[in-house]
Ligand binder design. Sequence first.
Ligand SMILES: NC(=O)c1ccc[n+]([C@@H]2O[C@H](COP(=O)([O-])OP(=O)(O)OC[C@H]3O[C@@H](n4cnc5c(N)ncnc54)[C@H](O)[C@@H]3O)[C@@H](O)[C@H]2O)c1
Length: 480
Amino acid sequence: MSSSRRHFIKSLSAASALVAAEGVAKPFNIIRDLKKGSPNDKIRLATIGMGIQGHSDTKAALRSNPNVELVAAADLYDGRLKQAKVAFSNPGLFTTRDFREILARPDVDAVIIATPDHWHDHATIAALNAKKAVYCEKPMVQHIDEGRAVIDAWKKSGKTMQVGSQRISGATFKEAQRLVKAGDIGQINFIESSNDRFSSIGAWNYSIPPDASAQTLDWDKFLGDAPKHPFDAKRFFRWRNYRDYGTGVAGDLFVHLITGVHFVTGSMGPSRIYSSGNLAYWKDGRDVPDVMACIMDYPQTDKHNAFQMVLRVNFANAGKINDATRIIGSEGEIKFTENGLVMTKKKLPQAPGYGGYDSMFTFPEETQQEFVKQYDAQWPPETRQAEPAKEYTFDAPKDDDAHRNHFADFFENVAKGSQGVIEDPVFGFRAAAPVLACNESYFESKPVFWDPVAMTRAKPAPAPKPAPAPKASAQNKAQK
Ligand SMILES: NC(=O)c1ccc[n+]([C@@H]2O[C@H](COP(=O)([O-])OP(=O)(O)OC[C@H]3O[C@@H](n4cnc5c(N)ncnc54)[C@H](O)[C@@H]3O)[C@@H](O)[C@H]2O)c1
C-alpha cells in the first residue's frame, strides 16, 4: 500500500473514531479537515482541571496554534464543567469528572494538567502512559520524591511534555539570557528575586461558589492521595492554603523565579537550600507561611561561578511592592521584570585607591607620605580610572505573549513528535525540587542538600573554602 494511501486510511479511521467517540456525526467538519490535509493535522486538546489556570492555559493554547482544537475537559466541580462549554463556545464539548475518560479517548492528542499540585504527578504519569502529550502546570510535582517517576514516564513514552512556568518564553527572559551568556555583567555572584502581594485574593482566598457541596463536586477524588478529611469547600477552592494539596509560596511563586534564573544563567540548581518564614497575617486556618525567604547556594559549573540566590515572598506587604529579579555580577547588574530589563555595567579600576573612609589618616604623616610614594610607583594613572557606568534598557514588545509562546513551542514539538521543548520535565524538576526543598527546610528547620546534576538528595556539603591568597599582594609588591 502506498504511504499516501496508508496515511489517508489512517486519517479516515481517526476521523471515524472521533465521530464514534463523540457520538455525534460531524461529516462537514471532517470533509473540511480532509481538504486541508487530514484530521491528523489537528492537535486535539483536552484540559484536566478547568479552574482559573485551566481557563487561562486553554485560551493561550488555542491562540498559539490554529490547528489546536479543544475536544474535552475534566473537572471535579460541575459548575466548572458547565462553564467550560460557555467559555469555549462549544455546547457539545465532552466533559467529565473523571480525567481517565479523557485519557481513554483516541482522539485526544494532548492534555493540559491544571489541577491542584497534589494531582500533578498522578495525572501526568497516567497521561504519558496513555500516549498523550502533556502540558503540566508548575510546580511539576508536589514532593521532591515524585520527580523521578514523572521523568521516567516521559522518557518511556517518547511524548512531548512541557512544564508550565510560561514566563521564560517571554522576550525579556531571552534578552537577559543573551546578556548573561555574553558576559556583559561579568561573573554572577548574587541573585535576588521577590514576589510580594497585598490583597486577600492575592493571598489565595479565591471565591467559593454558593452551590459548593458534596453533591456538586467530587470531594473524595479531590483528596486523591492526600490525608482523609471531611468535606470542606474552603479546602477545595482555596487548596493552596493547605500543605496537603499545595506547595505554599515556594511551589506557587518561588518556582517561577527560579525557573527564570535557571533559564537565564543556564544553571541546573543549588546544592544547599535553607528557608525561614512565618504565618504573619493570613491566620485564616491555612497551614503554610505567608512570609518566606529562602537562601540557595549555587555551586560553580562550566556555565557560571558559584553564587548565592535569595528568593522572598511577603503576602502582607503593605509597603511599596517593587518586585523584580536582580542578577548581580562582578561587572554590573541586570534588573528585570516580565516587561523589560535594565542592565547597569560598572567595572572597578585596577588601582584600589586610598583616602576617604580608609585607614590612611590614622598613620603618622611621614608614613602616609611613604605610602603615597609606593602607591604612585605601583599604580600609574591609567590603572586608576574606572570605566564610566553604562546603562542599557530593553522593553518587551507590547504584543509579547509569553503564555502563547510557551504553548506554541509545546505544539510545535507535538507536531514534530519531538521532546525538545524549552521546559521539559528535567528542567521542570530541576526548578521544582529546590523550591520544594524550601518547604522541607521551613517545616523541618534544617538546610536541605541537593545534587542538581543527578537530581538526588545529597549529603551535607562542606563549607566553601576561602580562595587562596594571591602569591604577592599589591601592598607586598609595592614594599619589595
Ligand atoms: N503558570 C502559572 O502562571 C500559573 C498560574 C496559576 C496557577 N498555576 C497552576 O495551575 C494549577 C491549578 O491552579 P488554579 O489556580 O487553576 O486552581 P483552581 O482551584 O482554580 O483549579 C483547579 C481545578 O482542578 C480541578 N481538579 C482537582 N482535582 C482534579 C482531578 N483529579 N481531576 C480533574 N480536575 C481536578 C478542581 O475541580 C479545580 O476546578 C496549579 O498547579 C497552579 O500552581 C499556574
